[in-house]
Design a protein around this ligand. Structure first.
Ligand code: HEC
Length: 216
């Protein structure tokens, strides 16, 4: 009886939560080592998104270093409202006006990929569809009645479906990087730590044998 109760307590909430999630998400190809893709994504982000959305936890300097871009390039293309390479990416849009225009101020994008997940983000970016009943004429498959206009509509028209999806994937890749800029470093460090521990195992084992040899 107790086991059944425990089972019910564990399984029922997960079923209830899962049932709300009926939208099928498209899969994003994420590769934090693909610098070309990250640069294309960053180019898009600062051309299309940064006017409204800040990424206040990432510094331009860090983007330049991680993506192997010159500071001159970053200044010219990404820094919309500051001259200081060490500053973070803030949006120039006043929050109160943004709220008036869109109903909700555009949220900060620094941790968005972690908050929603990469697949959700990618599906959102390619998920806008025409809907006359909405103020800007568009709705979104994964975010019902979203307040954001379909800012990528022009790009989709220019590029065509296939290339547009690739561009949205680059953008997702960039936003995944922004949400976890030390991923590549951390994974490389993780391998070194494991090798170190394996080597440490040898003297530790020999020491154990030495300590225990007289005990029996
Ligand atoms: C004209 C201003 C504007 C631009 C440009 C813009 N957004 Fe938005 N965005 C918004 C607003 C406003 C919201 C909040 C919508 C809501 O909550 O209904 C939003 C919401 C979002 C969300 C969902 C946030 C959440 O609740 O999790 C994502 C993701 C997003 N934007 C990504 C982008 C990306 C990527 C770009 C560039 C391609 C972009 N936005 C360009 C205004 C903008």
């Amino acid at each position: 009886m107790k086991k059944i109760l425990v089972f019910l307590l564990m399984v029922v909430p997960s079923l209830v939560l899962a049932s709300g999630d009926s939208i099928k998400l498209e899969h994003a190809q994420i590769d934090a080592t693909d610098l070309e893709s990250l640069k294309r994504g960053a180019d898009l982000f600062y051309a299309q998104c940064a006017g409204c959305h800040s990424t206040k936890y990432v510094r331009y300097e860090r983007i330049a270093k991680d993506l192997n871009l010159s500071e001159a390039y970053v200044k010219e293309n990404y820094m919309l409202n500051t001259e200081v390479i060490g500053s973070t990416a803030l949006s120039s849009m006043p929050a109160d006006l943004a709220k008036k225009w869109f109903g909700t101020p555009p949220p900060d994008m620094s941790l968005e990929a972690r908050l929603r997940g990469n697949d959700w983000l990618y599906s959102y970016l390619i998920g806008f569809y025409e809907d006359e009943s909405r103020p800007f004429g568009y709705n979104n498959h994964v975010f019902r009645d979203v307040g954001m206009p379909n800012v990528l509509a022009g790009l989709k028209e220019d590029l065509g479906e296939e290339k547009f999806k690739a561009a949205a994937n680059d953008l997702t890749n960039y936003m995944a990087y922004v949400a976890d800029p030390v991923k590549v470093e951390r994974e490389a460090l993780g391998i070194k730590v494991i090798i170190f521990l394996l080597i440490l195992l040898i003297p530790a084992y020999l020491l154990k044998v030495e300590y225990w040899k007289d005990v029996h």
